[in-house]
Design a protein around this ligand. Structure first.
Ligand SMILES: Nc1ncnc2c1ncn2[C@@H]1O[C@H](COP(=O)(O)OP(=O)(O)O)[C@@H](O)[C@H]1O
Ligand SMILES: [Mg+2]
Length: 453
């Protein structure tokens, strides 16, 4: 394009256009350029670009070179020196329209755009972009906040559910404990009531037995006296004497009274054990002889220790030490002895079913037995250990032994509360310790450690 052709074209275009050579000569401009510079067009003739802008010659040359060696539009920035002495920052778009040749340098068309105009568009665009970015940011934050709230809510719901489940479990446990405690207390009342009712008649039977025995002896003596001093008895009496076999009667009546005495004594002992065991009058803390509690418990469980058609006898070996009286809740402590001894009996019976005792021989030590040992540890502590040689406890069972409702027994037979309640009575109420030692298949030992006071 020649400068003339360019001018022809540029005249009709409203934007400022310059035709420059790559060495900076201004070849042609249109009116908008002159307007921008506040010059007349004639005044631009023969000028160089370096004279019209404030940028260094070096920078301008570099820009023009970039324009002439690129096929694409090259964007730059030029600061125009206006005729009134002010400057005007322009954005320029440069494009080569005639490449360099050995005959002539490259021709470059520059399109100028006042920065104020451009920048206002820019500012607008920037503001829009800014707003958009902020909106995106806001949405992102809202989303994140929502996610966080959601997660927190989920966590809270989960925590609540766990707490509710725990409360439910606790309530169920408390309910069962209450039922159990109520059952034990009414059982205790019943036992104490029956014991009391039996005690009175047995006492007067036992008390009168002595007199009845004596009176019978007196009467028999009287009969003997009669025989001695009136040997010639009428035949009716003689006949009657033979009929009742007086000699046998005299011998037998002594034995009779003796066995009746043993019987009433045994009833009295049982009654004493029942009362001792239920200890209804002793719901409060008391100083008691621990051995009495153990013996009462054993007495009540006697029927399960004796041999039956199903199970051999369970031997109880007591190794009692000299124990001081212990300050405790005697009724509760008896319940612990009962729970542990019943478990030992259950384990021994199960071992019989498991034919652990296929050859029970009372002569050897290899027979079902429960060993009860009491010991003084020091002036503050005593122990009671109850050992059986039954099934024993494996590791898995051992870890759950004192858990509420844990049982390995058949439904209806085990409640899984015995050891749990025992643990509470010993550890929580009496500030003692309850532990279990066992070799599976060999038996189990439960050790109760309680403070003397
Ligand atoms: N002496 C013992 N020998 C073997 N296992 C025992 C013994 N004592 C307790 N266990 C085990 O501990 C479990 C829990 O005992 P416990 O709390 O008294 O509940 P339950 O007797 O109702 O099952 C029993 O089911 C049994 O498996
Ligand atoms: Mg039990």
């Amino acid at each position: 394009m020649t400068p003339e052709q360019f001018l022809e074209l540029a005249r009709v275009l409203p934007e400022p256009l310059l035709l420059v050579s790559s060495d900076g000569q201004v070849l042609a401009t249109n009116q908008p350029v002159a307007d921008m510079l506040r010059l007349r067009r004639q005044q631009l003739r023969g000028r160089t670009l370096f004279e019209l802008v404030t940028e260094s010659t070096n920078d301008v040359v570099k820009y023009l070179q970039a324009c002439s060696s690129s096929r694409a539009m090259v964007i730059g920035s030029l600061t125009l020196r206006k005729n009134d002495g002010q400057t005007l920052i322009c954005r320029s778009q440069g494009a080569v329209i005639q490449p360099w040749s050995p005959e002539s340098s490259a021709l470059i068309l520059l399109r100028l755009e006042s920065r104020t105009l451009a920048s206002s568009n820019f500012v607008l665009l920037n503001e829009k972009i800014d707003e958009l970015a902020k909106e995106v940011q806001r949405r992102k934050q809202a989303e994140e906040a929502l996610l966080k709230v959601n997660q927190e809510l989920e966590i809270r719901v989960e925590e609540r559910t766990i707490a509710l489940q725990e409360t439910l479990n606790e309530l169920q446990l408390t309910q069962t404990q209450l039922i159990q405690a109520e059952k034990m207390s009414s059982l205790g009342q019943m036992v104490a009531g029956i014991a009391h009712e039996i005690n009175n008649p047995v006492s007067f039977i036992h008390g009168n037995l002595h007199h009845a025995h004596k009176y019978t002896q007196d009467l028999l003596k009287l009969v003997q006296f009669y025989q001695q001093f009136f040997p010639n008895t009428p035949p009716e009496i003689q006949e009657y004497l033979e009929e009742i076999d007086l000699d046998f009667l005299i011998q037998d009546i002594i034995k009779l009274f003796q066995s009746m005495k043993v019987g009433t004594e045994r009833i009295q002992e049982i009654v004493k054990s029942l009362r001792n065991f239920s200890r209804l009058d002793e719901a409060e803390i008391k100083q008691v002889n621990i051995h009495e509690g153990i013996d009462s418990t054993l007495m009540i469980l006697k029927h399960r220790l004796q041999a039956s058609h199903k199970y051999p006898e369970i031997k109880v070996i007591k190794k009692y030490s000299q124990l001081p009286n212990v300050t405790c809740y005697p009724g509760q402590l008896n319940q612990v002895f009962m729970n542990i001894i019943v478990n030992a009996i259950d384990a021994l019976e199960a071992s019989v079913v498991n034919s652990q005792w296929s050859e029970v021989n009372p002569q050897t030590t290899n027979n079902p037995q429960i060993k009860i040992k009491t010991e003084v540890i020091d002036e503050k502590w005593i122990t009671v250990s109850i050992t059986d040689n039954g099934l024993g406890v494996n590791e898995e069972v051992h870890s759950k032994l004192f858990d509420p409702f844990f049982t390995t027994k058949a439904v209806g037979k085990g409640t899984g509360l015995g050891l749990f309640i025992s643990y509470q009575i010993i550890v929580e109420t009496h500030k003692g310790q309850l532990s279990c030692f066992s070799v599976p298949g060999k038996g189990a030992e439960f050790v109760i450690r309680i403070p003397v006071s």
